[in-house]
Design a binder for this molecule. Structure first.
Ligand code: UT7
Length: 320
């Protein structure tokens, strides 16, 4: 049986940083950021960590689902900004919530991380290997930004979103994913360099760099195609979809996707205005916002779609 989302949760850092705040830190303007991206503010971690936000989001999703920790048999976290190389963020969540029956691991599919995680949970459920899973997207991107590079640091924010998914009759109808490693240079953050008794490197950690226009073109071309492919496989028309919950990178990308799909922009909820781009966290956080606003009814058809570094992309059609 497929995976069905039965509960959602999210957690954002307390500190809110507006575009006006950034004007005081660097050569940028509220006007530039708003007109190019739609972003007005973002939450930035001060005391929070990737794990603390992931745990908070997971606990809220479990409360929303009415799921007990011992029922969780799979925990998957999409993240590129875990607090530790190991243990994984997923194992740290397992420990915090005492989900001792779970298998737990992280995946790196950048901004498509939640979609990839959902597809793995769906496959586990269809094979009978899992019944109730936590799928989480959690990021502290602010620690990976060069705060002197106005072209990247103004775009991103921190936060975590989670969903409890359970093997049920109706749920995910179709999923499409893809990767194009050949274009990976468009969005890059290096890890530690080789450093051992035979090679001496500085071991300084790198910051995020991006060819914004290349990523923009990739997104407006690939996302509508992936969604249409997923809709086609599901036998669901775009008109039947209540909401398209897209990765929150840029309002112009979302508008372009809506236009290409001939769908009204009202069907594309957004929270990038207050959250910025939270990579793997974007889709589950927005899903939680929409869910908690009481906008989703049982049986609604929903599309989720993410895209980003890799390059990677994913789209899912599901019944709420
Ligand atoms: O999660 C997935 C990852 N990312 C994305 O989806 C991002 C996709 N790309 C984008 O959203 C857009 O390409 C950006 C918002 C990143 C940039 O918008 P753009 O319209 O492509 O601007 P640009 O990079 O071509 O920059 C235009 C100008 C440049 O100045 P010059 O060379 O024309 O004088 C930049 O130096 O804007 C300047 N600029 C800024 N000015 C004020 C770049 N960043 C800023 C800034 N404030 N923060």
């Amino acid at each position: 049986m497929p995976a069905r989302i039965i509960g959602t949760g999210s957690a954002l850092p307390e500190k809110v940083v507006s575009n006006q705040d950034l004007e005081k830190l660097m050569d940028t303007t509220d006007e530039w950021i708003k007109s190019r991206t739609g972003i007005e503010k973002r939450h930035i971690a001060v005391t929070e960590t990737t794990t603390s936000m992931a745990v908070e989001a997971a606990v809220r999703a479990m409360e929303d689902a009415g799921a007990a920790a011992e029922e969780i048999d799979l925990i998957i976290v999409g993240t590129v900004s875990g607090d530790m190389c190991f243990p994984s963020t997923a194992c740290q969540i397992q420990s915090a919530i005492k989900a001792s029956n779970a298998t737990a691991f992280d995946i790196n599919a950048a901004c498509a991380g939640f979609l990839f995680g959902l597809s793995i949970a769906d496959a586990y459920m269809k094979s009978g290997a899992a019944k109730t899973a936590l799928v989480v997207g959690a990021e502290t991107l602010s620690k990976m930004m060069n705060w002197e590079d106005r072209g990247t640091c103004v775009l991103f924010g921190d936060g975590a979103g989670a969903a409890v998914v359970r093997s049920e009759e109706a749920g995910i109808i179709s999923m499409v994913q893809g990767s194009d490693g050949a274009r990976g240079n468009a969005l890059v953050c290096h890890n530690r360099e080789v450093n051992n008794p035979y090679v001496k490197n500085s071991c300084a950690l790198d910051y995020t760099s991006m060819d914004g226009q290349a990523v923009y073109k990739f997104a407006v071309k690939t996302v509508p195609l992936a969604i249409m492919q997923a809709l086609d496989q599901a036998g669901v028309s775009a008109d039947q979809v209540k909401y398209f919950i897209l990765h929150q990178a840029n309002i112009r990308i979302i508008e372009a996707v809506a236009k290409k799909m001939s769908q009204p922009i009202e069907k594309f909820p957004t929270n990038l205005q207050e959250c910025g781009n939270i990579s793997a966290g974007s889709v589950p956080i927005l899903l939680d916002f929409v869910n908690k606003e009481g906008k989703l009814n049982k049986g609604d058809k929903i599309v989720l779609a993410g895209f980003g570094a890799g390059l990677t992309w994913g789209a899912a059609v599901l019944t709420w």
